[in-house]
Design a protein. Structure first.
Length: 452
């Protein structure tokens, strides 16, 4: 059986998950595994049709906080054991993790020494590369230091380099080949555990009874009663919070942010052969490159590269009042900016005249860290602020919410005594208070980026 429309509309459940992206599907799975009757609701037509479908699905570990690194490192072990995580013995029809390694260039602001300290604490394998090693390991790369990132309209954009860059390499990083399929896999596993999914249904009301949540009412008039509701609505999460009357206690805000990911043909090094002419043995993808020096990241995709932005300060943010009004197509300006920056790093990269790629909407938190927490409305929980850098952590995000719901509904005061989660694969201990809706925003948090 696969995730899809139930034969009868549910009137009651133990938990409602609003949102069926990769985070919502993971939450539905883990709640169902605790024995709860779960109904997941999404306004789109299928699993993972929102922000998830536009994700670059990169699995990396270079976060600026311990809990970010620990969560990503534990999650990677679940991606590498994806069938096991889903509770199936078959690998057919499953998304696949590709271990390519990832390179973080030593740009100012990358906080490489701090990241290394966190890697050593979590026991994440890494290598330090100087500029010569970088050029040797990634043919065709320009190791010049060009930063900070500049607008294409800036006369200094094409100025020569000022020195060279080294890099931090993590061999166990990589990417998931199909983010929407990964969400589908999680939803199918949730259905096997007893969850149900409703699509093309919009939540129009959050029900209350005796000062706690009591379920939701849908656009078709149906009501789903439940003592627990989890907001995993992605870019629509802020609106759902307002509907529920929560958020006044949050110290962290979220806003919908439009972002583009572009696709171009991968460059061919001197003496190399085009992707279409290579044998299977020659098509092993190169590593992911995070280039905060120029403001881009690159991820292999067959014979192509996906190119996205690290959101440098010189670029305007495209905040949206209504996520439904997002233009899903890349713009010529965005395409030219990002691909030209990537071509500075890889001079053999061509810049096509016509933009190709996708655009999606991030559910962006003020400090680019997610909110996995309860709220001041008993029974109403949030898994929000996740877009941009939390796809990789989806397997663990579901576990976090299941732990929170179990313990808080049993009377635990998570605000006063934050729960902790120990990774079964790595032994890392994650303080779930790091993802609190009431966490202090440190002065240095303003410099935190989409990289986390």
């Amino acid at each position: 059986m696969t995730a899809g429309e139930p034969r009868t509309s549910p009137s009651g459940a133990d938990a409602v998950v609003v949102g069926a992206g990769v985070i919502g599907a993971s939450v539905a799975l883990e709640l169902a595994r605790t024995g709860r009757r779960v109904v997941a609701v999404d306004k789109s037509g299928d699993v993972g049709h929102g922000s998830t479908s536009a994700s670059s699905a990169i699995i990396r570990f270079n976060y600026s906080t311990w809990d970010g690194v620990a969560t990503a490192w534990e999650s990677q072990h679940r991606w590498t054991r994806w069938a096991e995580h889903l509770g199936t013995t078959s690998g057919r029809g499953l998304a696949a993790f590709h271990r390519t390694g990832a390179v973080l260039l030593d740009a100012p602001g990358s906080r490489t020494s701090e990241v290394i300290a966190l890697f050593e604490r979590a026991r994440v394998p890494y290598e330090r590369w100087d500029a010569a090693t970088l050029r040797g390991r990634i043919p065709g790369i320009d190791a010049g230091r060009y930063g900070p990132p500049k607008s294409l309209r800036d006369e200094a954009f094409f100025a020569g380099p000022e020195g060279e860059l080294g890099a931090l390499f993590t061999p166990d990083a990589g990417f998931v080949d199909d983010p929407q399929l990964a969400a589908r896999n999680l939803a199918d596993a949730a259905v096997r555990a007893g969850a149900r999914f409703l699509f093309r249904r919009t939540v129009v009301e959050v029900l209350r009874r005796d000062d706690r949540v009591a379920g939701v009412r849908l656009s078709d008039g149906a009501a789903i009663t439940a003592p627990v509701v989890i907001n995993a609505a992605g870019p629509w999460s802020g609106g759902l919070n307002r509907m529920a009357g929560v958020g006044a206690e949050f110290t962290v805000g979220v806003r919908p942010l439009r972002q583009e990911v572009h696709q171009v043909a991968a460059p061919v090094p001197p003496g190399g052969t085009p992707p279409s002419s290579r044998s299977a043995a020659e098509t092993t993808p190169g590593p992911i490159v995070a280039d905060a020096d120029l403001g881009t990241y690159l991820r292999p995709r067959g014979g192509h590269l996906l190119i996205g932005s690290t959101l440098p300060a010189c670029d305007p943010m495209e905040w949206l009042d209504d996520p439904d009004l997002c233009n899903p197509h890349p713009t010529p300006t965005g395409f030219d900016t990002q691909v030209t920056r990537a071509a500075r790093r890889f001079p053999l990269l061509g810049v096509p005249n016509r933009p190709t790629g996708v655009a999606g909407v991030y559910d962006a938190a003020d400090d680019w860290s997610p909110i996995y927490d309860r709220t001041d409305l008993p029974g109403f929980y949030v898994a929000m602020g996740t877009s941009g850098n939390q796809f990789k952590n989806a397997p663990l995000a579901g576990r976090f919410l299941a732990v929170l719901v179990d313990r808080v509904e049993a009377g635990h005061d998570h605000d006063r005594d934050p729960l902790r989660y120990t990774g079964e694969h790595t032994g890392v201990v994650v303080d779930l208070g790091a993802f609190s809706r009431k966490r202090p925003i440190a002065e240095g948090a303003a410099s935190r980026t989409v990289m986390g």
